[in-house]
Design a protein around this ligand. Structure first.
Ligand code: FE2
Length: 255
């Protein structure tokens, strides 16, 4: 599949502009500085719906990621194989003006505005590739894959960082959501220190707004957690860790 950029309408470009400008303003002082700096490096502007060819050209000068156009949800193994080859999946449809704040599945504002600028950071990019390779290693064990989905969920989608004492968003699910990027700084939110063990033991539900988030101290914490993730998964796979502690029945949906 390919993006057919010329088919976007004036209304699509207008909706993109509303979403982009509103969220960029909303994220000032809230998002990870490097994410904000990378939006323009990724070739994204408010003026028009991004042309994936141009975005890939911009990424080729950075960490070399490409965009794989997908029709919607794809299988976990295909998703991991693409990620491991530095191909990030994106849809090409854009929400309508009437749906600015509610989506049943991710559109290109989430996939591109939320995810792509992060991939310019070398440490983050290396983490995503290593995560995918780890996932491919455990494909034969569906419950191990479920645990890796937790890692993806609480980092790539809903990760938070405390940098120099300042709480910042780096998870794409929050970065691309006007509501959630306010919600995460609200009251009654549980902010937990990020450890591999805590994340792997925490089921998520993908049909409701998050009540807890894991906070890294720096982006390198993602890469650095992987040996411990692998150690825990290996222990689980060989039966050294009891299945009950992982509360699989409480997890709802996939990433
Ligand atoms: Fe996402």
């Amino acid at each position: 599949m390919k993006q057919e950029w010329k088919k976007y309408t004036e209304e699509d470009h207008a909706v993109w502009k509303i979403l982009f400008e509103r969220q960029l303003q909303n994220l000032q002082g809230k998002a990870w500085d490097e994410y904000l700096n990378s939006i323009s490096l990724a070739g994204l502007t408010a003026e028009e719906v991004p042309d994936f060819y141009q975005v890939e050209l911009a990424l080729s000068k950075q960490t070399g990621w490409e965009i794989e156009v997908v029709p919607g949800i794809i299988s976990v193994d295909e998703f991991l194989r693409l990620l491991a080859r530095k191909r990030f999946c994106s849809s090409t449809w854009l929400r309508s003006r009437a749906q600015l704040d509610y989506l049943e599945e991710p559109d290109m504002f989430h996939d591109i505005f939320g995810h792509i600028p992060l991939l310019i950071n070398k440490s983050y990019s290396d983490f995503v590739v290593a995560f995918a390779r780890l996932g491919l290693h455990y494909l034969h064990h569906p419950q191990a894959v479920m645990l890796l989905e937790r890692l993806y969920w609480f980092t790539i989608e809903f990760g938070m960082m405390r940098s120099n004492g300042k709480l910042q968003i780096y998870g794409a699910g929050i970065l691309s959501s006007f509501g959630e990027s306010k919600h995460v700084f609200g009251k009654d939110i549980l902010l937990r220190p990020f450890t591999a063990e805590a994340v792997l033991l925490t089921p998520f539900r993908n049909n409701e707004i998050q009540k807890q988030y894991f906070v890294v101290e720096e982006i390198n914490d993602l890469w650095n957690c992987l040996p411990e993730v692998k150690r825990l998964l290996d222990a689980f796979v060989v039966g050294e860790l009891d299945e009950d502690v992982f509360c699989f029945q409480e997890q709802l949906g996939t990433v």
